[in-house]
Write a protein that binds this ligand. Structure first.
Ligand SMILES: [Zn+2]
Length: 161
């Protein structure tokens, strides 16, 4: 072989030659330094190319897989979170409802009892200081007490039902 088999070198690298062609190339390589260098350069290039391709493919594949896993994970988490969120919201609403109604009823009871005590105290004081008005103030204080009691009962009944 007098000619440099440059075009066949890549085929040789890729192992695409017949055994005879292969033997010819190898025989030539043993005697030709420039073809050896060329083959080496091609081999390095080939490796680089393979590496580059695998590097490109690896991140792309990895990214796709990571995104897929994230997507499915998010989907799973979202479904779980949704259920937990609904439960929490339900509990929160229920708790808030009890807290609010409890606070309102508690406040009203507290307010009414305070008012009633004040009225009883004031009326008793008034009765003692002005005996002439005793009958009227007792009726008045009783009326206020009964009214507050009825209001309280009505409030408790409406909140209970
Ligand atoms: Zn050569």
């Amino acid at each position: 072989m007098t000619k440099h088999p440059e075009e066949q070198l890549s085929a040789y690298l890729d192992d695409e030659l017949t055994q005879d062609e292969r033997k010819e190339i190898e025989a030539h390589l043993e005697t030709c330094e420039s073809c050896q260098e060329l083959l080496e350069a091609m081999a390095v290039n080939n490796d680089d190319l393979v590496q580059t391709f695998s590097l490109i493919e690896a991140p792309m594949d990895l990214e796709v897989r990571v995104m897929q896993s994230i997507a499915s994970e998010e989907g799973r988490q979202f479904a779980g979170n949704g259920r937990i969120l609904a439960l929490l919201l339900g509990l929160l609403t229920l708790g808030l409802f009890y807290l609010l109604t409890g606070a309102i009823i508690g406040k009203l009871i507290h307010g009414w009892s305070k008012l009633a005590i004040t009225l009883i105290y004031a009326s008793s004081h008034f009765i003692l200081s002005v005996p002439a008005l005793t009958g009227g103030t007792i009726v008045l204080s009783l009326f206020i007490l009964v009214t507050s009691f009825i209001s309280l009962r009505r409030l408790l009944q409406t909140s209970a039902s």
